[in-house]
Design a protein. Structure first.
Lengths: 315, 432
């Protein structure tokens, strides 16, 4: 039928251009949802929004005492305390974003059954409200660091923005994946809690990769020929490929001190040095964290898109 | 090109739900029962439904519970995806099916306007501009910054309503709007429907209120078990529906042992009929108070809400009345409530049935798929006693009055031309 030309077919898949249109169209709803979720998160508490600042600060105090004062974890680089604080702020964002966005679909069943809009904006809204808290926390860390002269500002700071984008995309990709699965399998929330515990230690929130290398006696000087136990090397390689580790390290480097190691974004640098120990002359692992982010985002978005069709029926 | 004024075209639409028999919500359960994981009960919610709606038409969709009405509406609004068939829609569809979608009790009226308004497709500048009008129409100027949880249900509905009328959709889809709110609110709804009608907007209304369909709809669809069985003039279709309900049971219901079926995710633990003192009474009087009390227990963790449906059936099988209650709206039936239970009451302040034997059928069903959890046919039998022994079916609550005429009645005698069959046919009544 010729009349079909302009008809909107609910079953049809939208092209890339119209998808962009859709997002423009639903921008307002996304923002409104993010704002109300942000408000709702702190209703009913006396200190309200201040909890989002207090919580990382308190966690920092505990962690700093245990790891740095008690266990003397310190790689000897500049502003170690600030580096740990930055790690905790980043981690808090990652943890809160993924665990709150995971529930975004399941806890809005009424909305999904009664109104039409792209389901992903519920997850995006949840992640945005976490991002908002994170950015404020980051600014506070920055102000504190400046006030205490615990910072070495230079042009490196421009790298912070792409790093934040990378971190946000990673958190969003994981959130989409978790939220889609959580609708049918509430198990993922328990599983994710455990996985996050593992990730916390695998991401160097409390310590740097340098410290791990030191502890594993992988001397950092290029050219050392000490034999290395292969499984320890394997741990280092996995940690080096972990995008959260890479992100925290690079943020420390870009924001706080050039002494903190970083990936120098793509080609050579610190992590490449790791490979020289492993007698791997190709620094193939360096772009690995970025590839991992790309993979996670793609996989998360595809999983979500596939499962979103039946959310209304499964809730 | 000939179909320029077509708003909705639906062709061979089918939708089926696959309901896992062992509703496994946890991975463990799924793993433990992996062999039987593919056991489903298939529910054909819609089967090969085709129809068209012209722009500006007011269409009603009727049918009994589980006939696929709501599913159809959800497919039109893109909430569900069809399994087969074509749905073509010309124009902007309202993205919501009920009033107050997205309202959050913890937010203020102002915040809710912005949140719910953006679900209706309005953006912030628009809402900013319309804000005073919305609040004014709802009459809530003094409560702008009060949390919604402190509002009465009437206030909440007024707010939802004055917000909904601002949505600039060309095609409006509405599910059971008339089930909520009091008579005054329902009247307000119809004012708006009339306004939409005047503005040439298309309205599709799913409802149980047959009166509303005949009054407002140009056309009606009748669905039965997912099939479109009638499509035509609203009055014709509703009377066909009324006939169908009566006739289906006309083949007399032999008197009545309890029949029970359902998946038992939620079970009826007991049902009884009480009088105004709370004493069990299966011989209520016409005009008296009747309470049907129903105990339920949730047997399955994953049930978040369900619907309770009561049918009053006359002894000869005629369905007298159907009443539906979405339970989660009244009691907080949250997640993981296995073993939780409660009591549902259905109060009839003045029983309008005249003398006769009746029974109550009850069903607890899934809110989403309307799959029966527990259906009890002939759950309660009762006999209505009319002390005044009037003839007929119901006591309409009518009032007589006689106005003595000072002058002869001015209108002509309508029945003058009607020939009588005999003067003394009913001698006992004609005498004085």
């Amino acid at each position: 039928m010729p009349a079909d030309a302009d008809a909107r077919l609910p079953g049809a898949t939208a092209g890339a251009a119209s998808q962009l249109d859709t997002f423009r169209h639903y921008r307002h709803l996304t923002v409104e949802l993010a704002i109300s979720q942000f408000k709702l998160r702190y209703t009913g508490s006396v200190l309200g929004y201040f909890w989002s600042l207090l919580k990382p600060a308190m966690i920092f105090a505990i962690m700093y005492f245990i790891f740095v004062d008690l266990f003397k974890i310190n790689d000897g680089t500049q502003f170690y305390g600030m580096q740990v604080l930055l790690g905790i702020v980043v981690w808090t964002f990652f943890a809160e974003c993924t665990s709150s966005a995971m529930q975004a679909i399941a806890s809005n069943g009424g909305l999904i059954r009664k109104a039409y809009f792209p389901r992903s904006i519920l997850v995006i809204a949840a992640s945005l409200s976490a991002l908002f808290t994170f950015v404020i926390n980051l600014l506070i860390v920055f102000v504190i660091a400046v006030a205490l002269h615990q910072i070495d500002i230079s042009l490196r700071i421009i790298v912070v923005l792409p790093l934040l984008l990378e971190l946000y995309l990673l958190a969003l990709g994981i959130s989409l994946f978790l939220a889609a699965l959580f609708v049918q399998y509430h198990d993922v929330s328990h599983l994710w809690e455990v996985l996050m515990q593992l990730l916390f230690y695998a991401s160097g929130v409390m310590f740097s990769l340098t410290y791990v290398l030191q502890r594993l006696h992988l001397a950092l000087e290029v050219g050392s020929t000490k034999p290395q136990p292969p499984h320890l090397l394997w741990i280092v390689q996995v940690m080096a490929a972990n995008p959260i580790m890479q992100n925290i390290e690079d943020l420390r480097h870009a924001l706080l001190t050039p002494q903190a190691p970083w990936t120098e974004l793509v080609v050579t640098g610190h992590l490449a040095a790791v490979h020289q120990y492993a007698a791997l002359d190709v620094p193939w692992e360096v772009p690995l964290p970025f590839l991992a982010v790309l993979l996670v985002v793609t996989f998360g978005a595809l999983t979500f898109r596939f499962r979103a069709r039946s959310f209304a029926e499964n809730l | 090109m000939a179909d320029r004024d077509l708003a909705i075209r639906v062709e061979h639409l089918s939708k089926r739900f696959r309901i896992p028999l062992d509703r496994s919500a946890t991975l463990k359960h799924r793993l433990a029962h992996w062999r039987s994981a593919s056991r489903y009960r298939t529910l054909e919610a819609l089967l090969d439904v085709s129809f068209e709606v012209r722009a500006g038409e007011f269409l009603g969709i009727i049918g009994h519970n589980g006939s696929g009405k709501s599913t159809l509406l959800k497919i039109l609004s893109r909430i569900y995806r069809p399994d087969a068939g074509v749905v073509a829609i010309e124009g902007k569809v309202s993205p919501f099916l009920e009033l107050g979608v997205g309202f959050n009790p913890e937010l203020t009226a102002r915040e809710n306007i912005y949140l719910s308004g953006s679900i209706l497709g309005l953006n912030r500048p628009e809402l900013h501009r319309l804000f005073d009008e919305i609040i004014g129409f709802a009459g809530l100027e003094q409560f702008v910054d009060h949390k919604l949880k402190n509002f009465s249900s009437g206030m909440e509905v007024r707010l939802a309503f004055s917000l909904a009328i601002q949505a600039h959709a060309e095609i409006l889809l509405m599910d059971e709007v008339l089930a909520v709110g009091d008579a005054a609110f329902q009247e307000k709804c119809f004012d708006i429907f009339n306004r939409y009608k005047r503005e040439g907007r298309t309205v599709v209304l799913v409802t149980h209120g047959l009166g509303a369909v005949t009054t407002y709809c140009d056309r009606a669809l009748l669905l039965d078990h997912g099939r479109l069985v009638a499509d035509g003039d609203a009055a014709d279709v509703t009377s066909q529906y009324r006939r169908a309900i009566g006739m289906a049971a006309d083949g007399s219901r032999p008197n009545a042992e309890i029949e029970r079926w359902g998946a038992r995710d939620v079970v009826v633990t007991g049902i009884r009929m009480l009088d105004e003192r709370g004493v069990e009474d299966v011989n209520p009087a016409t005009g008296g108070f009747v309470r049907i009390e129903l105990g339920y227990r949730i047997q399955n963790d994953t049930i978040a809400d369900f619907t309770c449906v009561l049918w009053l059936m006359r002894g000869d099988g005629l369905m007298v009345s159907e009443a539906t209650l979405p339970v989660s709206q009244y009691a907080q039936v949250g997640e993981s409530q296995r073993g939780a239970g409660g009591t549902i009451r259905f109060d009839i302040p003045q029983l309008s049935l005249l003398e006769g034997t009746y029974s109550v059928d009850v069903e607890l069903q899934g809110r989403r798929d309307q799959a029966p959890y527990d259906h009890l046919k002939n759950a309660v039998h009762f006999r209505v006693i009319d002390r005044r022994a009037r003839q007929g079916v119901i006591e309409p609550g009518g009032a007589w009055s006689v106005v003595p005429a000072e002058q002869p009645v001015s209108w002509p005698d309508q029945f003058a031309a009607t020939p009588g069959t005999g003067q003394d046919e009913r001698p006992d009544r004609t005498r004085h």
